[in-house]
Design a protein around this ligand. Structure first.
Ligand code: UDP
Ligand code: MG
Length: 305
């Protein structure tokens, strides 16, 4: 029997791209003779995304749809799709066709050769501002270092073996980070390079704020180093205080300058203390949310077999 490939496509306010994505991806897979199901996950869209998914399903019964009760974010949408996938392998890609579907047959062939994680890595980063590129570069360098996961040029465009899908689904945390977790799980891996295409239609959903939130949540999911950073600062400050104390006591400089310097040091110390509390509080918040055991997402509707 033919091996089934599940393609998971998270969609948030993508009424303009869903049907074209369904036609294009299905066309490529049909031409390559790969049995497929396309699972669109409507991440609580406020436009006609769900209706577009229904129309795509009418046109091709290989298309399935899952609709969230509200916007839960791309990563949770991906996990909802993975939980419904019936294939021997599953691919994840964006709805705006920035991840080229023409690559799927090659990724599928690599999977058939025995690779369990086939990662799409970006050759270029498409149309992005210099600031965005700088931030993204910095973020991946930071997380690669802190969490010891190699995520340079990483993207969510991946094809995963059933074993990997099941491994990912066994993670209990509510706040999932798809890119990080697929790097974390290991397995036999290989990469294919791709050029980021232009968005077919619609707009990118990322604002600067959401990117910063995503970055913080991703780093803290894999590393407690920010908390240790506070300890490092504490040591530096203690040393500085002792050294200046000795310096001024021994060399007997005027007490005025000494007091001002120490005052500044104290204020800075308090600021760092508060920052440390904030960082610790962030981790505490994660533990708190985890202890509530709330579901990762809520599904309000589904279509397709
Ligand atoms: N997306 C989603 N939930 C969100 C934001 C985005 O499911 O809260 C989907 C979106 O519909 C698209 C993919 O994630 O299929 C990538 O989003 P986008 O194109 O906005 O990101 P960019 O390509 O600009 O990084
Ligand atoms: Mg995009």
């Amino acid at each position: 029997m033919d091996k089934l490939l599940s393609v998971i496509i998270p969609a948030y306010n993508e009424e303009a791209t869903v049907e074209q994505a369904a036609r294009t991806v299905a066309g490529v897979l049909r031409d390559a003779g790969i049995a497929y199901e396309l699972i669109f996950v409507d991440d609580g869209s406020r436009d006609g995304t769900w209706e577009s998914i229904l129309r795509a399903h009418e046109a091709d019964d290989g298309v399935r749809g899952v609709g969230f009760s509200r916007n839960f974010g791309k990563d949770r949408a991906i996990f909802a799709g993975l939980s419904r996938a019936r294939g021997e392998c599953a691919a994840v890609m964006d709805c705006d066709l920035q991840h080229p579907p023409e690559l799927l047959p090659r990724m599928f062939a690599l999977w058939e050769q025995g690779f369990q994680v086939v990662e799409g890595v970006k050759r270029g980063r498409g149309e992005e501002s210099a600031l965005h590129r700088l931030c993204a570069g910095g973020f991946y360098a930071l997380i690669s270092r802190l969490a010891k996961l190699d995520m340079k040029h990483s993207s969510d465009f991946k094809l995963l073996d059933r074993k990997v899908v099941d491994a990912l689904l066994s993670f209990p945390e509510e706040e999932v980070f798809f890119r990080g977790l697929t790097a974390f799980v290991g397995f036999e891996r290989t990469q294919v390079e791709f050029d980021v295409a232009q968005r077919t239609a619609g707009q990118s959903k990322w604002s600067f704020r959401s990117l910063v939130r995503y970055a913080i949540s991703s780093v803290t999911a894999f590393s407690t180093a920010p908390m240790q950073l506070v300890t490092v600062f504490a040591v530096i400050f203690a040393l500085a205080a002792v050294l200046t104390g000795i310096l001024y006591a021994v060399l007997g400089r005027s007490p005025g300058g000494w007091l001002i310097f120490l005052g500044c040091l104290a204020v800075l110390g308090i600021a760092l203390l508060l920052a440390g509390l904030g960082i610790a509080g962030y981790y505490l918040g994660r533990i708190y949310r985890r202890s509530l055991g709330r579901p990762r997402y809520l599904v309000s509707r589904e279509c397709g077999r």
